[in-house]
Design a protein around this ligand. Structure first.
Ligand code: HEC
Length: 151
């Protein structure tokens, strides 16, 4: 009988540990960087993009027509986030700050400031989604630490 209780006890401990581990894996740990190998982060970013960015930057990240030419109101259209744009000319850190704090330009701009609207996790997720659409050679050419001037 004692042996039976030990077996049941061991089984219960293992079951509880297993369930705890499973919950741990399911929980979203807030992202602090981009990670295109994390499918949950990519999927979350895709949703954030559709809800917050697609209206201006395009459903397929194609940007607005004639995006490199000034509009009559003196502002620039939204550029593409696909490889034909210049998003990949900026480091992750710089892009994170553009989205969170704005473009920090004296010029009038239609690009909203998302700090207070999106969490840091949401911003890393949307960047992860954008990067996940880039081919490998573009990802390799993206600067890691600093921003290079857009050409
Ligand atoms: C209301 C329209 C609008 C929305 C919504 C919008 N943007 Fe923009 N965005 C712009 C415009 C316009 C520019 C170019 C502004 C300029 O250069 O003055 C821009 C520029 C940018 C840039 C810098 C240019 C580049 O590609 O390097 C990034 C990054 C960016 N947007 C990301 C985002 C993300 C991510 C979202 C969604 C979370 C978003 N934007 C939502 C209009 C918008």
């Amino acid at each position: 009988m004692t042996q039976f209780k030990i077996i049941v006890g061991v089984f219960l401990v293992a079951a509880v540990a297993g369930i705890a581990a499973w919950y741990g894996l399911q929980r979203d740990v807030p992202a602090t960087t981009t990670d295109i190998t994390n499918p949950r982060l990519v999927a979350h970013g895709q949703k954030i993009y559709a809800e917050n960015c697609a209206l201006c930057h395009g459903v397929n990240l194609e940007g607005q027509p004639r995006w490199d030419r000034m509009k009559p109101d003196g502002k620039l259209p939204a550029p593409p986030h696909d490889p034909s744009g210049h998003t990949w000319h900026h480091s992750d850190q710089r892009l994170f700050l553009i989205i969170k704090e704005g473009l920090a330009t004296e010029e009038a701009t239609d690009m909203p400031i998302f700090g207070g609207v999106l969490s840091d996790h949401d911003i890393w997720a949307v960047l992860t989604f954008i990067k996940s659409t880039w081919p490998e050679d573009i990802r390799r050419r993206q600067p890691i630490f600093r921003s290079v001037p857009a050409s």
